[in-house]
Design a binder for this molecule. Structure first.
Ligand code: GLP
Length: 262
């Protein structure tokens, strides 16, 4: 794992965007795994800037989002489809038919087959080259809540009370937050060839310390990234504050051979 501590979310997001831009330049047909939430907003803004000002081309790329609420009409303002349209898709040249996000208005009896088909679609696209992740305050990734199987695949999950209340600001009232979601599994995420996890702010410091320096456990889903060959954590100072080996991570980053930088 590579732990990269930057002075602020802007700097971490700019660096993250450079990793993505490098991948797209080397492999225009790259498959990107995308995340929602407030954390990747600056990253998406920087990708849009690179597209507009430096010609970063998304026209041959494919994207798969991690997760989506269930029991929401497709046109609901809080769907992750809407989030992605507003914060990335409509501003870059991704082909709409190459942007995959689980469907929010599926009837219950169709969910299991739909989730299998989502996994199949990822395989057909050649697998995910680079997965972007945020992290919940309890260490969840996607919507894989604590105790999710480390081998899990795309499936329906029930949100914890904490995640529902964390996500309530995006809804008209807390009661409106759905109880159920579709999320890629931890096993699905671990198959991405490369992972970039972003975490900003003091509210993520405990989850980050547990994920990077704690034991591998399904109780902290992001700790599963300890098993990944190419996982990078891009942190601001506040999110990194509870790591015991901060000096070492900074030293490693400063010593990186120039050719390794994006
Ligand atoms: C939700 C999303 C996650 C995201 C998390 C943190 O649960 N499903 O993908 O990482 O929220 O959100 P934020 O970035 O707003 O802190």
């Amino acid at each position: 794992m590579e732990v990269i501590i930057q002075p602020n979310p802007e700097a971490a997001s700019r660096l993250g965007a450079r990793y993505i831009a490098r991948l797209l330049r080397e492999k225009p047909h790259a498959v990107l795994g995308l995340a929602t939430g407030s954390t990747p907003l600056k990253l998406y803004a920087e990708l849009i800037r690179l597209h507009r000002e430096e010609g970063l081309d998304f026209s041959r790329a494919t994207t798969f989002n991690l997760d989506e609420y269930l029991d929401l009409p497709r046109d609901h303002a809080a769907t992750y489809r809407r989030f992605m349209e507003e914060n990335l898709f409509r501003h870059v040249n991704l082909r709409p038919e190459r942007t995959f996000i689980p469907q929010s208005d599926l009837p219950g009896e169709k969910v299991a087959a739909y989730c299998e088909a989502y996994e199949e679609e990822i395989r057909r696209a050649g697998g995910i080259d680079l997965q972007i992740l945020g992290i919940g305050g309890d260490g969840h990734i996607g919507f894989n809540e604590p105790s999710s199987s480390l081998a899990s695949r795309t499936r329906i999950k029930t949100l914890t009370a904490r995640t529902r209340s964390d996500n309530a600001p995006f809804f008209a009232s807390p009661a409106e937050v759905p109880h159920h979601v579709i999320t890629m599994g931890i096993g699905t995420i671990l198959e991405a060839r490369e992972v970039l996890l972003f975490a900003f702010g003091a509210g993520k410091a405990d989850a980050i310390a547990a994920s990077i320096e704690g034991p591998l456990t399904s109780f902290v889903p992001a700790s599963s990234l300890q098993l990944h060959r190419r996982a990078r954590f891009l942190l601001d100072e506040a999110a990194a504050a509870k790591l015991t080996r901060q000096d070492y991570y900074r030293w490693v980053f400063d010593q990186k051979p120039l050719w390794q930088n994006p």
